[in-house]
Design a protein around this ligand. Structure first.
Ligand code: UGB
Length: 597
């Protein structure tokens, strides 16, 4: 009370609120006025930030925390009253007529889309020090995830505008960062000229952390190293909804004719193989919410899409997070819990957290909720009395929980695609990946890169080219298939139709080969490749690649993840290339060219 004169009017109100909410301990140790006054003011600046960045303010946060902590102590299951069952959704088969026509519908719609990348997580599980979007998607070209994402959005923009006969649409791209990733993300963009995107197309939204909770009464935790600071931790990717709402971006997008918002995560190098067809599904089915899914191995660390039916008759199709699916199934008459069925997969498709929301209904819903997403708390108790925590906890939220508040009339669907085509995240460090049960995906930097080569090889095969079978090799304790190292720029092979038009059946690539295609109008016709070939060309050039190319190529060398003489991004994948010999051709002039060695 004696320190109140240090505060502004709003801060005094906040102080009163904190006292009302049982937070007096935050000031108990405060000395008399004149001592540490600057620190006291800084403390209230932080309280203001915590208050304004949470829908409903800090009072709402404390009240929500009290309720969730009480439920957790009482052992209340958030799924009490719900019975899970297998949902039905759209199942797509890569390359068939339906897939090709959905891709065309999706490309057409892309000019009405906006993309949102959630990239506030540091990736503790991966054990990589930098930001994950700066990691190479594959090390043949070394292009990072962010570059690939931007080039893919630009390729969609170009193709979509061309289809609709216009040239002015710029697809907006928002990136959610956090204090952990913000500065490095901006630096990566600025030092690479936004990878070719206009800087005005990109909007950065930084999420704030939330206050930590010290006990079951939701008393806010002070930072152990600074008694004038509230300890904070990340709130989760669910923050993206309130940030999009409060920033005004959604209204802006609506006013410029956007119809779809596509959310995606930081390290899925295959995702854009799935975007055109999935957007096509949203557009043709009129889905308000469309989640992308892949067949999921039981116990795989990705959420399961589940139909939940409540005793009161309510139903919803929603992600059940991987740590909750098994107990939910066991509690509802499935003694084996989360188990594979006769297909070798869990009957609950795996959520890959790629959501496509229809903008109009999304804005209407957010006007009601202001983007607040159903939260959960996960305290680690010291013992079974559940009276004290081992360390402070906080409320968390997930972006895929958005449909939980929707009315039953909302059109919520999902689209299942092959994992080889659509999903290869980089999440696990080498040691944890090597412990993944046999047959389950590693989700490591090793598997993430090898998955790119496998997908591209399989796509070329489906287009008619002869691609040699892979060999099996072990890197960092993980057994993976090594396919020819085929990679291309998004503007070359945005859809399967594009690839098919540019690859003729009389071409072949041997297992030890490397093929890099970097240019829009490169046609592979009668090529027989046994070595390394890199084709670079300007968009105005038309290049035919034909004939037999043979050289010593690139050799894959094993790298031990403990070898500190190697760069971190090399160590986490467990291999690197020795570039012994290659043919690299550069077409810089417009016109027709033919590579025929
Ligand atoms: N992220 C943020 O932007 N802010 C945060 O505070 C936290 C994360 P993780 P997770 O598809 O593979 C999700 O940690 O949360 C970003 C789904 O919940 O990689 O364990 C972060 O930068 C799960 O259902 O994943 O699991 C990253 O881009 C399943 O779908 C993204 O959020 C799984 O992803 C995800 O963060 C999956």
């Amino acid at each position: 009370r004696r320190n109140l004169h240090l505060l502004s009017h709003d801060q005094v109100e906040l102080a009163k609120m904190l006292l009302n909410e049982g937070q007096g301990h935050l000031f108990e140790h405060w000395p008399e006025p004149g001592v540490d006054d600057d620190k006291k003011k800084n403390f209230f600046d932080q309280v203001c930030r915590l208050n304004s960045s949470y829908p409903g303010g800090l009072a709402a946060y404390i009240q929500n925390a009290k309720k969730l902590l009480a439920d957790s102590k009482a052992g209340q299951n958030p799924y009490d009253g719900f019975t899970p069952s297998i949902p039905s959704g759209e199942v797509l088969t890569f390359g068939d007529d339906n897939f090709v026509s959905l891709e065309a519908a999706g490309v057409k719609e892309a000019r009405n889309a906006a993309f949102v990348l959630v990239a506030g997580g540091l990736g503790e599980r991966l054990g990589y020090k930098g930001i994950k979007v700066a990691l190479p998607r594959e090390t043949t070209t070394g292009k990072c995830f962010l570059q690939h994402y931007i080039e893919s959005i630009l390729a969609l923009q170009e193709a979509s505008c061309k289809m609709e006969g216009e040239c002015h649409t710029k697809i907006p791209f928002a990136i959610m960062t956090s204090d952990d990733t913000n500065a490095l993300t901006i630096k990566l963009l600025e030092s690479n000229s936004y990878f070719g995107m206009e800087p005005s197309q990109v909007k950065i939204l930084k999420q704030e952390k939330v206050a930590c909770l010290a006990d079951n009464d939701a008393r806010l935790a002070l930072d152990p190293n600074d008694k004038y600071k509230i300890q904070t931790k990340p709130h989760g990717h669910g923050d993206v909804h309130s940030l999009l709402y409060s920033s005004g971006l959604l209204e802006q997008w609506k006013n410029t004719g956007r119809r779809w918002v596509l959310f995606f995560q930081d390290t899925n190098g295959l995702l854009f193989n799935a975007i055109p067809s999935a957007l096509g599904v949203s557009a043709t089915k009129g889905y308000n919410v469309n989640s992308l899914a892949v067949p999921r191995k039981a116990k795989e660390a990705i959420g399961g899409i589940t139909k939940l039916t409540h005793v009161d008759g309510r139903t919803m199709v929603i992600n059940v997070e991987y740590n909750q699916l098994d107990p939910l199934l066991r509690a509802t008459g499935h003694p084996d819990g989360d188990a594979n069925c006769e297909t070798g997969y869990s009957p609950y498709p795996g959520n890959i957290n790629q959501l496509i929301l229809e903008l109009g209904p999304y804005i209407e819903e957010l006007k009601k909720t202001h983007g607040a997403i159903s939260e959960f708390v996960n305290p680690k108790y010291t013992d079974s009395t559940k009276t004290a925590f081992k360390s402070s906890t906080r409320l968390e939220c997930m972006m895929q929980d958005y449909p939980k508040t929707l009315p039953p009339t909302a059109k919520v669907g999902f689209t299942v695609m092959d994992a080889w085509l659509a999903y290869a995240p980089v999440k696990n460090n080498p040691e944890d990946a090597a412990k993944v049960p046999k047959g389950n995906p590693f989700h490591s930097a090793t598997s993430g890169e090898m998955a790119i080569y496998r997908a591209n090889s399989l796509i070329l095969r489906k287009a008619g080219a002869q691609i040699s079978d892979p060999v099996v090799s072990t890197f960092n304790g993980q057994e993976v298939e090594v396919w020819p190292r085929v990679t291309w720029s998004p503007r070359w092979g945005l859809t399967f139709k594009d690839v098919k038009q540019k690859v003729h059946g009389n071409s072949s690539v041997s297992q030890r080969s490397v093929l890099v295609i970097n240019g829009r109008n490169v046609v592979i016709d009668g090529l027989s490749l046994d070595g390394a070939l890199i084709v670079n060309s300007v968009d105005e050039a038309e290049v035919k690649v034909t004939g037999h190319v043979e050289n010593k190529g690139w050799i894959i060398q094993h790298v031990d993840h403990r070898d500190t003489s190697e760069k971190e991004e090399t160590r986490i994948r467990g291999f690197k290339f020795e570039k012994v010999e290659q043919l690299e051709v550069n077409y810089t002039e417009p016109g027709k060219h033919c590579l025929s060695p």
